[in-house]
Design a protein around this ligand. Sequence first.
Ligand code: ATP
Length: 592
Amino acid sequence: MTSIADDADRATDDNALSSLLRLRRWTRPHRTAIIVMIASACGAMLAQALVPLVIGRVVDGPIRHHDTSGIWSLSALALLLGVLEAVLFFVRRYAMSVAATNLETDIRRDVFAHVQRLPVAFHDRWPSGQLLSRLTTDLSTIRRFIGFGFVFLIANSATVVVVLVLLVHINLWLGLFVLVSGAPLAVFTRRFELRYSRDARRAQDLTGDLATSVEESVLGIRVIKSYGRRPQMLKAFTKDAERLRGAELVKLRTLGWFWAVLEGLPQLILAGVAWGGVVAVAHHAMTLGQLVAFLTLYLRLVWPIVSLGWLLALMQEAASAARRLFEVLDTEATIVDPETPAVAETGSTLRFENVWFRYADSDTDILRGIDLDIAAGETMALVGAVGSGKTTMTALVPRLYDVTQGRILIGGVDIRELRLDQLRHAVTTAFEDATLFSASVRENLTLGRAGISDDDVTEAIDVAQAGFVYELPFGLDTRIGEQGLSLSGGQRQRLALARAVLGRPRVLVLDDPLSALDVHTESQVEEALRRVLASTTALVVAHRPSTVLLADRVALLQDGRIMAVGTHSELLATVPAYRELLSQSSELEVAP
Ligand SMILES: Nc1ncnc2c1ncn2[C@@H]1O[C@H](COP(=O)(O)OP(=O)(O)OP(=O)(O)O)[C@@H](O)[C@H]1O
């Protein structure tokens, strides 16, 4: 399987600046704090840059003329500049902590909201670790850049310009020498940026792959342990970790070369400046104080230049992180509210009308012209071979996927004409894998839905025969573990069922709701379910005759079409394919 990191070379040609500029909409509300950060950082740098000029004055004044009285005012000025720098440093840190963390939270909230809006088809394609790393490490990288890198790129660039102007002002020729000999850095920097951008992107993508690996092995720990797959998993993980290590090393090597040049070149220029300065002083072209000021000032230039290495690296990483975020944000939410929703939906019939469906990354139609009518209050069992598309059909009703062709109607209204909250209020679903969240039992049941009373909750628990929740240490307030792992499969399934029947939806879609129940509990749940199904329109995927018996009629799904519809006994008597399917179940004898 190719990972997203294998495509890392794409999308790195965009200019880093244009990727970062796309973050503007989140920086706007924090504009004042960002301006304060930049102003205080520039002010602190300027205060620092002025100190050498004061030192030059000390050399040419009090020291040269042996005038100790003159030293006080210049010392006070140097002290003032030092205090000013410290105060501005504090202001910058304060503004930064407020702006950068708020900004990170805002972006994180928006990306998360968008990920929630994206259709299930998006999540089928994207490994969860990639989303995880984008919402965590990538966002931290962006925060570090905006709160620190961006501010210092501006402050350091301003310092370089101010110091160069001052150097030229102190001595034209030495100043020009510094300027010209530093020029190759610009070309070198550009090459570094391009290369580092690609290296950073690859490392970030591999971090996402590694997160996916960790997540899968944690979620699948039971399978891994029981099949003794630990060595294989460790081997696969080590391979991923090695790939990431390799990518990080490539990144560091690029940075290392750049850094070596950034450190080395200023030292070479310094040697030239020192030599030229001594010659100039010897020929009275400049004073000793001017040379001291020039050299001290020049040394102030070294740090902004050297720091340029990691500031640009941080900028490239942030640009690449921004691109990765925008890959998610630019994905359009295709399943959305209609522009003009149907005003009110009344009936609770469910109708599939010539429904075709094909998964986005597939070239075969799973459903090929489904026609099925379920009357109000009727329960329709859906039976079909493994992989025939039963789950797919149930997923179309709450619009987890949209039909490729045809339409689905509830109460005579095309479900695409209903607002999504309207639709998902009318239709509830219990899937085969009963997903529970790390929250209390009550929260897991209501999922924050409004208008659910305690009586509704009690009734749903009763229907799903999930009375075991009252025995938990804190009853309905007991927090159940991640994915409900602290509960048994049957308990999880009963809770998922209770969640689906809560609030008496008009249409209930159940995907093999009794698959993880023991025979005794199953008959209890069936009994209770029968009561709910009596007043609800339901589509129930069934693998066993006992589930089929809950339904008024049965639809047989074969080759992507509904091949037969009728009561269980009718189909049993007249459709050999149906008899064959159910005969694979040992429970056939319970059927009439
Ligand atoms: N997200 C997906 N992307 C691509 N193909 C998929 C996806 N989900 C399911 N399929 C394919 O669609 C077909 C129908 O799958 P589906 O899960 O709907 O069958 P099913 O009848 O519910 O099977 P089962 O009885 O095993 O639950 C299968 O061939 C499956 O491989």
